[in-house]
Design a protein around this ligand. Sequence first.
Ligand SMILES: *Cc1c(COP(=O)(O)O)cnc(C)c1O
Length: 227
Amino acid sequence: MQQKLDYIKTRIRKAATACGRDPKSIRLVAVGKTKPAELVRQAITAGAAIIGENYIQEAREKFKALGDCTVSWHYIGHLQSNKAKYAVRIFDLIHSVDSLKLARELDKSAKKIDKIQPILIQVNISKEKTKGGVHEAQTLELVRTVSEFTNLSIKGLMTMPPYFDDPDRARPFFKALGDLQQQIRQAAISNVSMEELSMGMSGDFEAAIEEGATLVRVGTAIFGARQ
Ligand SMILES: *Cc1c(COP(=O)(O)O)cnc(C)c1O
């Protein structure tokens, strides 16, 4: 575990340095979905500062089991509006907000516990039907509307390109998310910061870093293959 994690961190540093970025501007999200709490604990002990989870029930169990750990929890999976109340209690950042309905529920739930919930807007750059996310053309409008929710704070964008064996083929999708980030920045919407770009996974995080990723979500390369 220690070796795998150190190796990923080294690759992140190298990719950043190679394109003239400060390695500290990129944070690693260790994706623990389907992996037992004890394995996630090992990753935390080995120096993982952020754990990413995809399923609310699983995340609630791990959050409880690992309550003694100092670590940040990020939600990266599809979130149903009726689970919003659980999500706001656990997660420091929710990467996968892709509808007004979900944003509204998160805002309501965050208000109840007196929290300003940081979120990212998930964008379906590739327009694949199986992928979550708002379409590129509708993103600015969603950001504008969600910016008015007083208990949500938009920090940036997230995407998941199609899977390719060759990471260079994912690059145009990463670049498109960066372009969209710039566009939204130029709109200078109050209560919206566009500092975060969540993109890149085990197979393509280096390409994502070259295209501006600030959060890379790596599962398999740390925890091994999933069933
Ligand atoms: C599973 C998952 C990842 C991690 O994928 P790996 O290929 O295992 O690194 C990243 N992001 C999301 C949204 C995921 O669901």
